[in-house]
Each structure stands twice: as C-alpha cells, then as structure tokens.
Design a protein around this ligand. Sequence first.
Ligand code: 13P
Ligand code: SF4
Length: 348
Amino acid sequence: MIVADSVQETYERMHELLGNVVPDVELKIKAELVFEINRLKVERDAVILGHNYMEPALYHTVPDFKGDSLALSRMAAKTDKSIIVFCGVRFMAETAKILNPAKTVLLPSEKAGCSLAESITAEDVRALRESFPGVPAVAYVNTYADVKAEVDICCTSGNAVAVVESLNSDVVIFLPDEYLARNVAKETGKKIIIPSLIQGSKPSPDLDYQMIGWHGRCEVHEEFNLEDIQAVREQFPDVVILAHPECSPEVVGASDFSGSTSAMIRYVEETQAPRYLLLTECAMGDNIIAENPDKEVLRLCSVRCPHMNEITLEDTLLSLQKLQYVVEVPEEIRLRALKSVERMISIG
Ligand code: 13P
Ligand code: SF4
C-alpha cells in the first residue's frame, strides 16, 4: 500500500515501485485514483484486501493486505475495520462476509464471478451426497456460500492435500474442480471417479476409488496444455515452469512446481533460475517482476481471467464512494457455511 500526502508523491512512489512494468503516462493517471482511494479508505474506516491476480497498478498501491485465497480469508476474519473492500472475485468476498458478518463487505464489480463457482449448485451437492451417504465432502473455496453450507469442510489450493488427509476417511467427495481433485488424488495416492462422467449415478460397488470429484473447470487454467509447455521448453531450455493446481494433471506433471498463487510467488522469490514460466493469470507475472526486477518471468497472456480483470482502480474508488456492491449471505446459509470455512482456516 502507498502512503503519501499528495497525488504527486503518490505518483513518485508508484514510479519507484512499478516503473519497470507500467509506463509513466499510465502511472500519472492512476496516481490520482490511488491517492483518492487511500484517502477515502481511512475516512470510511475500510480495509482493502487484494488477491494476487490484481493488475499491478492496483495490487501494489491500495490493498492493506495481499495474498492467495487462504491468506485473505484469514485477514478478513481478523480485521477490526468497519468495511472490507474485496479486490478479488465474488466467492472471496462472500467468504469474508461468512467469517465477519458484522462488517460491510464490498465487491467493486458485480461481474467478478468465477467459472468454478458457477459449475455447481447446492442442489447438485445434496444429490451427490445422497448417492454417497456417509462420505465426507470437501468444497474448494471457489464456490458460493450455499454450496459451502452443504459440505463438511472447505479448502483452498494452499491446503487441499492437508484438508483431504485431515478427514481420515477411506473415501472423500471433493468438489467442484475436476483438475484440482485429480491433482490432489495423484499427490495423496488416491483413485478418483467423476460420477457425472459415468451416467450420473452411483458407480458399481466393485469400482476402486477413494475420491469422488465433479466436472467443474477453471476457464483460465484449463486452457494451458502440454504443447504450450513443450514449445516454451524448446525455445527456453533453461526455463523453470510453475503451474497452478487448477491446471490439468498432465500440465502439472510436466511442470517443475505447482502450488497456490502465493506459493508460486514464494518459489520464484526463493530460487535462482535463469527464467520462469507462470501458468496462471498473467497479471501475477507483472506483480512478481515489479517486486523482483532481477527475475525474468515469462507468461502466456492470451489466457486471462475475465472475472479478476473486472476489478479496476476506477471501480474500487466508486465502491468506496457509493458503498457498492454490498455482499450479503442469508444468515441460515452463513451459519452452516461458517463451519466449513472455519475448519478450512484451521488447517495448514
Ligand atoms: P489461490 O487460492 O491459489 O490464490 O487461487 C485462487 C484462484 O482463483 C486461482 O484461480
Ligand atoms: Fe475462477 Fe479461474 Fe478466475 Fe480463479 S482464475 S477466479 S478459478 S475463473
């Protein structure tokens, strides 16, 4: 976050921080927005949480806390400010509301959804649980509150393996990201089935499986493929490749490291490779370069998250000015979802 007494000082600080990734003409325009957001934030007693996918001119200037889904959930639970402005997507803002209902939670754009959260309904979860009675269910945090209310525990990409292992159960339902589930299954040595892919009914009892998944996909990470990896390795044989676990198991398997967005950032910061390729939302590469100008980071920017990119400095300012868009979760759903989210936060 930038602390400055004037627009000019804000611009100078932004230039120091971002001069290597954002041209000055843009910084000059954005400095006005940044100064006003940071001024209004204090006036309104607000805290801004920024996901690692925010564009650099926002990410490095207005959030009080930055991080992956797990870290931001923890911050949302702890804050004593009256207003939480969530620079991320709807399911993240909902999680903040679930954890801290007395606060006003604002999401700067109504369009900031997520293909994974859209892929499953509470009704789907109830039907699946009826088909597999007694089997504990995990929902990825990239789901809406009513889905979180139907499961035993949530997880993020940062603690998915630890959450599955914590259940001490022979069989686990893991929703809704098919690829994350397959990656967790691989890491924990479990066999997985996707019931809807075998006619939507309970599989025959003699099938060997320990995980039951769903067919949700992240519209960004599903786009990366082995041909991309092969082409980049041919052009840059010394590249180290990092893939988010929402990528397919084939892509994760052909990469050198896989982890949550914050784990990927840490990996780049703590290792010394000639260059890195990030298979995730493109803005994160810019954010890493801004803080680590000595690192060379390649990214495939033709694949973008349209939802994360809805959150701009302009909308963040409007959000504080007009107190929009207020995120609400019905109390009956919130209380049930809270149990799953709190269990998630206590793990790893
Ligand atoms: P992280 O939990 O790793 O930050 O990921 C969130 C997300 O939406 C990735 O696409
Ligand atoms: Fe959802 Fe994928 Fe965007 Fe993350 S990158 S918010 S999982 S659509």
